[in-house]
Design a protein around this ligand. Structure first.
Ligand SMILES: O=C(O)CCC(=O)C(=O)O
Ligand SMILES: [Fe+2]
Length: 389
């Protein structure tokens, strides 16, 4: 586990008169997180069934930490793509050029690709962005003078920008988990990178992800799907996502009320996701979660990708957060699923000896994919079809 002693101290110091309280919150949260029985390797039996113990813990707490899923090579692969990508980030929110004056990595994108923030800011909290689901504004500590004016927080449509992320998307064990939770005809959601550099990385205010099914007569704990959160550098109390265990079963939560009851944005009972590099969290999208600005010393990059039950998206009017609101029909779901087809092929090219995941809908339709230059062109702006619910 990453030693956070120095980071907790440094982080608390940003919180002025609340610094002692922040320090205790971080320390106590870390302790309680480590006491939860919701971590371990992916355990799938010879029939392809995910262990009942894991399913129960996931259902009880709303998140489960799969340890050691991505090996060193895969992590290095992602890091090297990240380095290449960040060198080609636009110089700011309005810019189409990177720091060398060349076209930025997203210069031709029609879809939204980067969510920016001021350093250590909270760009979503208390705004109407994302359907107003981020109900409160988090404390925004003052970043160092040397910090850039704006920093990227979320990179959307990440599979078109990174082959390493595309390959991780097809990790056979993770897709097997998706199949167990959401059925063998599971559908994609969206993919993103959450980037939280030390001393500048922004907050993601407390929220629940789902937007469309809270009032559904079929409401249940899995109806808004889940996200995998793969940790490239690990994740700590200081830089990681915090969750309130069990809240995925409670319906839509009045976050303002909860914050008032807790006396501050340090919501009672919350715990951080504590991960080593290579761990992958499965997080229910209905779970109350959020992250503080990264005032510590360790970076966090999460390779995020989510999946739904087909019944949750088919025929549903999209929530309009990750894509224009439209009714998701078979055609859109099939089109959006091609990323799985390309990802599985891309992974086979890199890991020919690994047993590849086979996606049931492709078996049924006989659809075949090739990962090549043509496919690469084909996925530009694929995230315009994100199955946002
Ligand atoms: O990584 C974070 O800080 C926030 C992630 C999140 O909100 C999500 O994946 O839904
Ligand atoms: Fe979220």
């Amino acid at each position: 586990m990453i030693d956070t002693t120095k980071s907790i101290e440094a982080c608390a110091n940003y919180y002025g008169q609340d610094s002692e309280e922040m320090k205790n919150y971080l320390l106590e949260g870390e302790k309680r997180a480590l006491e939860l029985p919701n971590r371990g390797p992916i355990d799938i039996d010879s029939n392809g069934l995910l262990s009942g113990v894991i399913r129960e813990a996931y259902s009880k707490y709303g998140f489960y930490i799969f340890e050691n899923v991505l090996n060193k090579d895969e992590l290095e692969d992602i890091k090297s793509d990240l380095n290449r990508l960040s060198a080609k980030f636009p110089t700011g929110p309005e810019s189409l050029f990177d720091s060398k004056g060349e076209p930025a990595m997203n210069a031709n994108s029609k879809a939204l690709t980067i969510v920016w923030s001021k350093p250590l800011g909270d760009p979503l909290g208390g705004t109407q962005l994302a359907n107003g689901r981020h109900q409160i504004k988090m404390f925004e500590p003052k970043a160092d003078e040397s910090a850039p004016e704006a920093v990227p927080l979320i990179l959307l449509g990440s599979l078109q920008f990174s082959d390493a992320c595309l390959r991780t998307y097809a990790h056979p064990k993770l897709l097997k988990v998706a199949e167990n939770i959401n059925g063998d005809d599971f559908a994609p959601f969206n993919e993103a990178l959450f980037i939280k550099e030390p001393g500048i990385g922004a907050a993601v205010s407390w929220h629940q992800d789902g937007v469309t099914h809270w009032e559904s007569e079929n409401f249940n704990e899995d109806i808004h799907g889940f996200n995998f959160m793969a940790q490239v550098y690990g994740s700590t109390a200081v830089n990681g996502v915090w969750v309130v265990p069990g809240t995925h079963k409670e319906g839509k939560i009045d976050i303002k009320k909860l914050v008032a009851k807790s006396g501050s944005e340090r919501i009672n009972g919350a715990v951080p996701m504590i991960c080593n590099p290579g761990d992958v969290v499965m997080c229910n999208r209905q779970l109350l979660h959020g992250s503080f600005p990264n005032c510590g010393y360790e970076p966090r990059v999460t390779v995020n990708f989510g999946f739904h039950k087909r019944s949750s998206v088919l025929g549903t009017q999209g929530g309009g957060i990750h894509s224009e609101s439209q009714v998701f029909n078979e055609e859109i779901i099939e089109r959006r699923s091609r990323l799985l087809g390309y990802a599985i092929e891309a992974r086979k090219q890199k890991y020919p000896d690994e047993k590849a995941f086979s996606y049931s809908p492709f078996l049924k339709s006989g659809k075949q994919f090739k990962w090549n230059e043509e496919a690469r062109q084909n996925i530009i702006d694929y995230n315009l079809d994100d199955l946002s619910i």
